[in-house]
Design a protein around this ligand. Structure first.
Ligand SMILES: *Cc1c(COP(=O)(O)O)cnc(C)c1O
Length: 224
């Protein structure tokens, strides 16, 4: 059995208080979420619409859910009523659909744009130019609030590669912030960065991550 409460306590003492830890509970049962909840954790990440829907419906209301997986537009109704932040917007088509949902439900949906920073081409996300196209055109999406960027580094033990991946995310964010007046559709405080997982969160925090998404370290290995 994984010591969920112990892992949360260690993370809390290790990380600066301004870094938000998303406990990634995908594939773990509701009991595991409750164990983390009872240890004080309130922010959880899920990557499958159905699983988020089921857990959010049965677990305490003061949990803040982040959606972190690939989202298809026909699954929005299982995600958007529950998610405080959709971290994984990876296409203009999806952004538009979320914005339309927000407008029709009288809500502004908080989102991050996912940048493809890994060298594996399996990981989703925009390339830098695609993100710039979106942020230039951000006013076209009135039902969303684009708060920042998310990314996943190459899965490797080579720290230099991880740092290089993360640095592209940081540079893109810094560049957008420096030119923020060119992007009137962005919120003035645009710039949240979500990067870093179990195997690379220390590097991420050192490089300025605002959000780290940690699953295995808290809940143990996932059984697929
Ligand atoms: C699963 C997942 C995580 C957590 O991964 P761990 O290695 O278990 O910490 C973080 N981010 C995303 C997008 C994920 O899908």
């Amino acid at each position: 059995m994984t010591d969920i409460a112990g892992a949360i306590a260690r993370l809390k003492s290790e990380l600066p208080s301004n870094v938000k830890v998303v406990a990634v509970s995908k594939f773990h049962p509701a009991e595991a979420v409750m164990e983390a909840y009872n240890a004080g954790q309130r922010v959880f990440g899920e990557s499958r619409p159905q699983e988020l829907h089921v857990k959010a419906s049965m677990l305490p209301d003061d949990i803040s859910w982040h959606f972190i997986g690939h989202l298809q537009t026909n699954k929005l109704k299982m995600v958007l009523p529950y998610a405080d932040l959709v971290e994984s917007v990876d296409s203009g088509h999806l952004l538009e659909a979320i914005s339309d949902w927000g407008v029709s439900h009288d809500r502004t949906v908080d989102v991050l744009l996912e940048m493809h920073i890994a060298s594996e081409d399996t990981k989703q996300g925009f390339f830098g130019e695609g993100i710039l196209q979106i942020v230039r055109n951000a006013s076209a999406y009135p039902g969303v609030r684009i708060s920042g960027l998310m990314g996943m580094a190459t899965f490797t033990d080579d720290e230099a590669v991880i740092r290089n991946d993360f640095s592209r995310l940081v540079s893109l964010r810094d560049g957008i912030k420096a030119d923020i007046e060119r992007y009137p559709g962005l919120p003035a405080d645009f710039g949240i960065l979500s990067f870093g997982m179990t195997h690379d969160y220390r590097i991420a925090v050192e490089m300025g991550a605002d959000i780290v998404r940690i699953g295995t370290l808290i809940f143990g290995e996932r059984t697929y």
